[in-house]
Design a protein around this ligand. Structure first.
Ligand code: HMG
Length: 390
């Protein structure tokens, strides 16, 4: 029985900041952002847009062609949780009118959390082949204003329907995992912005990749050249270039030409370059980018996925693209969503940034910005009130 991704869709906020404008405001060379980090634009969520609204928007699209009554599990992967107790997925479950006989829970391990959900869903479906699982990953990547992490911010959500009818990617069972207790990036409960040891985090990412790859290749017997396209967790696009160079090196393909290495990864970077880091969603928006932007027919091609969550947990695994995958994608809708976004001035970006999270509000009304089909309308008696946007 094949198990994997039946449908995949993503959502990003309607507003973005051009990275050149951020560079100008910070007094750094724009090439550092555009070439050095490989980022053109960064998605900025307005007040009233949070992980729930973003995830509901992505999930509504991913479920368009799916029988919702078969969804027996909703996993919400995030490190931007809106509550310490209640799973954000319960709001999504309600907003989308999913049937009540459904397990709903939240997973957290930095950017790795969606992969945990995906693998758990695949294992459960092996036992219950008729069920479908909805995995949503949504995050707001926030660092302090003026810090080195600032140009690697972003926001967005991805939703994947996982089932025994994988129209988009058939998952292969082999995987390599790696865990190490490190403080490369973290966010104490008292803080709204992540703390990060940036250069160290890049080194740990690369170390975790080498370790996860080793186990994957030993378990699967596959070599670097058995993989046709490579998707990496994308905090910024040049991280994938560093990662791919590292993988070529540790797998004995140091001589792979720069052109060939670009071809291996370029299509997976298109969306991240104009959205930014979306933490748990980032790898899977990269996968969507690959499937939707590759000119070549990917049918039968093996795609690897490297999931990295700071702290850290990593996993290297793979899947094969089935015939007919293009008709299961939402490429046109994604392009329209990205093309119709509104550019913010630097001052508007700072305004959104500062007004995004009112501190511990008992009651709060959110102004109506463009937030797709769903919005956070208010907080009343500490309860979040979501609604379908009119
Ligand atoms: P920085 O110190 O501001 O930047 O921090 P830099 O000086 O290292 O420059 C960045 C690159 O731009 C360098 O390229 C420069 O040479 C180049 P590299 O040497 O790395 O190849 N550069 C230029 N290029 C062209 N023209 C110029 C120019 N100037 C410089 N004029 C850093 C960069 C990534 C550390 C920072 O942005 C940061 O701390 N970001 C947040 C942490 C992060 O993204 N870490 C990635 C790995 S950890 C991870 O992926 C997990 C994460 O997603 C969280 C989670 O799991 O939840 C973050």
């Amino acid at each position: 029985m094949d198990i994997g991704i039946e449908s995949i869709a993503f959502y990003v906020p309607h507003y973005f900041l051009d990275m050149r404008k951020l560079a100008e405001a910070r007094g750094v060379d724009a090439e550092k952002h555009v070439v050095g980090l490989g980022q053109e634009k960064m998605a900025v969520p307005p007040p009233g847009e949070d992980v729930v609204t973003m995830a509901a928007n992505a999930a509504e699209r991913a479920l368009e062609t799916v029988d919702r009554d078969q969804v027996e599990m909703v996993v919400f992967a995030t490190e931007s949780s809106v509550d310490q107790s209640k799973a954000a997925g319960i709001y999504v479950h309600a907003l989308l009118g999913l049937q009540p006989h459904c397990r709903v829970f939240e997973t957290k391990q930095a950017c790795y959390a969606a992969t945990a959900g995906l693998q758990a869903a695949a294992a459960l479906i092996a036992r219950r082949p008729k069920m479908k699982a909805l995995i949503v990953a949504a995050d707001v990547a926030r660092y302090g204003l003026g810090t080195p992490g600032e140009p690697t911010q972003g926001a967005g959500a991805v939703a994947m329907v996982v089932s025994a009818d994988p129209k988009v990617l058939v998952l292969e069972p082999e995987s390599g995992t790696y865990t190490e207790d490190v403080m490369d990036f973290w966010r104490p409960n008292s803080r709204d912005e992540a703390l990060v040891d940036g250069k160290y985090s890049v080194r740990v990412y690369l170390r975790a990749l080498a370790a996860a790859w080793k186990q994957y290749s030993e378990e699967s017997g596959r070599e670097f050249t058995d993989i046709d396209r490579f998707c990496y967790h994308l905090p910024f696009t040049t991280m994938a270039e560093k990662a791919h160079t590292q993988l070529a090196k540790v797998s004995g393909h140091r001589d792979r030409s720069p052109e060939q290495r670009q071809r291996d990864i370029a299509d997976s970077l298109v969306y991240n370059r104009i959205v930014g880091n979306t933490y748990a969603a980032s790898l899977y928006i990269g996968l969507t980018s690959l499937l939707e932007n590759a000119q070549e027919d990917l049918t039968g091609k093996r795609v690897s996925l490297f999931s990295y969550g700071s702290g850290c947990v990593a996993e290297f695994f793979s899947g094969v693209v089935p015939a007919g995958y293009r008709s299961a994608l939402h490429a046109a809708a994604h392009r329209e969503m990205l093309d119709t976004r509104v550019e913010l001035s630097y001052d508007e970006y700072v305004d959104f940034y500062l007004r995004y999270l009112p501190k511990d509000p008992e009651n709060w009304e959110f102004p109506a910005y463009e937030t797709g089909s769903f919005r956070l309308r208010a907080i009343r008696d500490y309860k979040r009130i979501y609604e379908r946007a009119t």
